[in-house]
Design a protein around this ligand. Structure first.
Ligand SMILES: Cc1ncc(COP(=O)(O)O)c(C=O)c1O
Length: 459
């Protein structure tokens, strides 16, 4: 099948077509992003942030430049698996009897099995360039921890990872992967940090949360001069690095003369969603008529409904209040989400950039229940062969729902979703789904109100 015909099933780019710049959506927002605040309620100083991040990363975090160059060293590591294929899911379309054209960007082809190395490699390189030799981080599903472990190996950086307890227990082979790439892995909450010890004192059987694991990793980085911290999502620079996904997808759509009507991605902290959607929103900002009616749908679990039921407010990025406060949709920093299997979507907050775009109605948030996501993921696996990560199943659910709507209306919409990762280390979750042990869970309104009552008072 020709690579450029509109019937192509895999639209590939040459290695030389790996984008040379990342896209920074902050340049195109109607108002500049709200600054992160310190405990005194004032914009946090760069010196304070520099306790845990190198200056070259902070420059990206605060930049209002539209295009930022991708260092050649990063493009060379990207080339181990990028450009990632854009695939047409023709068998899924046939199974659904939909006139819609369904495409997915296959980010599962990276060494770690997801989109996360796009930022991990960049972060490791910028830290290396700043002379850093040791980093800490947290991981929920294990995807980010694996990615930073791998990226650390590429640039000679030691990596210590705090892995949310529930995932540490459910996904032993993710731990083995991180160790293969030379990283140290501890279950969070741990005895290694003050935040971990406090959480264990309150609940010795704590399942942990991303917010808590972040507290542990930040606490350690702040207390050691030789160590910085790397975050796998949420922050502007992480979303920036992930725009490689959408930038490649745009080139791929150009090759087949199509343009998406709907872009869908799972949303945990929001990096992969922003990564696929923002480069298309850049077209809209530039007055490209093809993007006028573009819909961008961010999909989250009903068990952790940050964008759909959270408050838009300043809150801490971690459970213990070590990080600056960010203006974002949040369920409250001490929100303890249930141990659903989509570990990467169990975060109380969402990227400030995505939050702002939700407020500006350029991004539509949707929450879906767990069982329906596994149903969609299984359908996709049977049609297209790839077994998706539980996080990615959230996007597939929404994509199938949109395709079924097209069946009703007869519209031939072009749907693009982000296949953010494969599920090869999530088969225990699939098994639990098949055996009927998984349940839907809607977070009770009273519990959300209780954690929102602890939002920091600002202004
Ligand atoms: C496969 C996969 N998809 C999506 C996510 C959600 O993260 P983010 O919203 O930052 O893309 C994760 C997080 O771990 C993940 O592992």
């Amino acid at each position: 099948m020709s690579q450029t015909s509109s019937q192509s099933m895999r639209i590939l780019l040459d290695q030389s077509e790996i984008p040379t710049h990342w896209y920074n959506v902050a340049a195109d927002l109607s108002t500049p992003p709200a600054p992160p605040l310190g405990p005194d309620g004032k914009p946090v100083s760069v010196e304070k942030m520099a306790e845990i991040f190198p200056m070259n990363i902070l420059e990206q975090e605060m930049s209002l430049e539209r295009w930022l160059p991708i260092p050649e060293e990063v493009r060379q590591i990207y080339a181990l698996w990028r450009p990632a294929p854009l695939c047409r899911a023709t068998r899924l379309e046939a199974m659904l009897k939909t006139p819609a054209k369904i495409f997915y960007k296959n980010e599962s082809v990276s060494p770690a099995g997801s989109h996360k190395p796009n930022s991990a490699v960049a972060q490791a390189w910028f830290n290396h360039a700043a002379g850093i030799r040791r980093m800490t981080t947290e991981t929920g599903a294990g995807q980010w921890g694996c990615s930073l472990a791998f990226a650390g190996q590429m640039f000679g950086i030691e990596v210590r990872i705090y892995m949310v307890r529930v995932s540490y227990d459910q996904k032993p082979f993710r731990r083995s992967m991180m160790r293969t790439w030379g990283a140290e892995v501890f279950a969070s909450p741990s005895e290694l940090t003050q935040s971990g010890r406090m959480a264990l004192a309150q609940d010795p059987n704590s399942e942990g949360s991303l917010g808590l694991a972040i507290s542990e990793a930040v606490e350690e980085a702040a207390s050691r001069a030789d160590t910085t911290y790397g975050l796998g999502s949420v922050l502007n620079h992480v979303v920036l690095h992930q725009t490689i996904i959408g930038l490649e997808a745009k080139k791929q759509f150009e090759k087949i003369g199509l343009y998406p009507d709907i872009i869908i991605g799972p949303c945990g902290g929001g990096s992969s969603f922003g990564g696929i959607a923002f480069p298309f929103l850049a077209d809209r900002a530039a007055g490209d008529k093809r993007a006028n009616n573009l819909r961008c749908i961010a999909v989250e679990p009903t068990s952790c409904p940050t964008l759909t039921r959270g408050a838009y407010a300043y809150d801490f990025g971690d459970a213990s209040g070590y990080t600056p406060m960010m203006k974002m949709f949040t369920l409250g920093h001490d929100f303890m989400p249930p141990g659903i299997h989509a570990g990467g979507l169990r975060y109380h907050g969402a990227s400030p950039l995505i939050s702002q775009l939700v407020r500006e109605k350029l991004v539509e948030p949707v929450a879906v229940p767990q069982l329906a996501t596994f149903e969609a993921g299984t359908q996709f696996a049977c049609a297209e062969g790839i077994i998706p990560a539980p996080e990615s199943c959230h996007a597939i659910r929404a994509a199938i729902d949109e395709a079924l709507r097209c069946r009703e209306t007869g519209e031939e919409k072009v749907i693009l979703f982000n296949l953010t990762g494969h599920g090869h280390f999530d088969m225990a979750a699939y098994d639990r789904y098949f055996s009927g042990a998984l349940e839907d869970y809607e977070y009770p309104a009273a519990a959300i109100a209780a954690s929102l009552a602890h939002l920091p008072k600002v202004g």
